[in-house]
Design a protein around this ligand. Sequence first.
Ligand code: HEM
Length: 413
Amino acid sequence: MQTDIFHNEHRYGDMASWRTEALALHASGPIHRVESASHPPFWGVIGHDEVMMIERHPELFTNEPEAVLITNQSLEERDALGAQIRTLIHMDAPDHTKYRKLTNEWFKPAGVKRMQSRLDELSAEAVATMRAANGEIDFNQQVAVRYPLQVILSILGLPTDDYPRMLKLTQELFGSTDPDLQREAATPEERAQVVFDFYNYFTELTMARRENPTDDLASLIANGKIDGEPMPDLETMGYYVIIATAGHDTTAASMSEGMLRLAENPDQFARLKADPSLIPNAVEEMIRLSSPVRHFMRTAVEDTEVGGQPVAKGDWLMLNYAAANLDPKQFDNPLSFDIGRSNADRHIAFGFGTHFCLGAQLARLELRSLFTHLIANIDTLEPAGDATTSKAVFVSGHKSVPLRFTMTSAGDI
Ligand code: HEM
């Protein structure tokens, strides 16, 4: 069996073949031993039930010390450069509980509702972009990448003019294994520079919000207290970094995947146009199939068992969300795009348990608003060439999604 689908970034650049192989791997069990020359060994967990079981037991499977698959070479570089960032995803209880509490309320459904009018504004802009494109567009570059980053600027209370700078920083931080997105001849020091750029940008923001607090999320973070004390610098930076990065390429990837699937499946597009009440379910199906966060890692704190497989204390495990969302025990015909799938919302693309995606409700609202506007205004839709996908093991999604389309003469929204 091919276990290089877990760790070889090139395999993530061709998701059609990746998915076929992930599905085949399900036939030989929910957990697989993965050994390669470039990474420490780990268990690749692909069973939907098994990933949920691990997420339900953070006391047995910790995020520390390493929550993302890292190469032997990066481990050495990181040790040489020292720890630079500590975010929610790097923490376990009790710290994780305290830090998450700071913003948990803000991201709950009632909290993110305050963003609805801004989202509808951005969705209307997306429709205008499509109308101006005269029938052909790279949907990923011209719509999907732009939308969630504008949302992040809005929730942090940052000016729209900061868009280009944030775009470059977030893409380099997350897509850095993909040659197209790397700085030229990036050395470890140059990559560290990306982190320092972030640091400087957000230090200025923190100072400004401490002097003049507003009601934005940046003010909440800048003035956040842990055990009655101001949040330390490293963790304050970590908070901005995770909000800025975690909500960008991920949401964009699901938007692009959704639009591409509609273009490739005219029956589903027609069904959604005829019945827009299916949009929330269609959005879950788009997120299930895109699963842009391909994985997170956990470490076993004692000898235990996963899916009948003994796992030793200290073993590293990859929760492969993209593969778990194709588990045939959970989803009938898992490779097909079905906007009426009765259990589409059983996907675990947002993870589960204590680390469940903080931005899940916001991401859902973004996609629902966007597709409500697009569906009402697009008449016909089809692919206009091959879509391309970034080669990254952690977060990856489309780089380009060329589409051909016609618009309605007058939109309903
Ligand atoms: C389709 C879009 C998105 C997907 C697929 C996604 C996926 C994920 C996943 C898989 C996790 C880890 C969950 C776990 O370990 O169980 C996560 C965590 C997180 N996400 Fe998202 N995410 C998305 C959008 C967003 C947005 C819009 C934001 C905020 C603006 C966000 C902020 C976060 C944060 C802060 C965490 C860390 C939570 C913690 O460790 O407690 N995400 N996300």
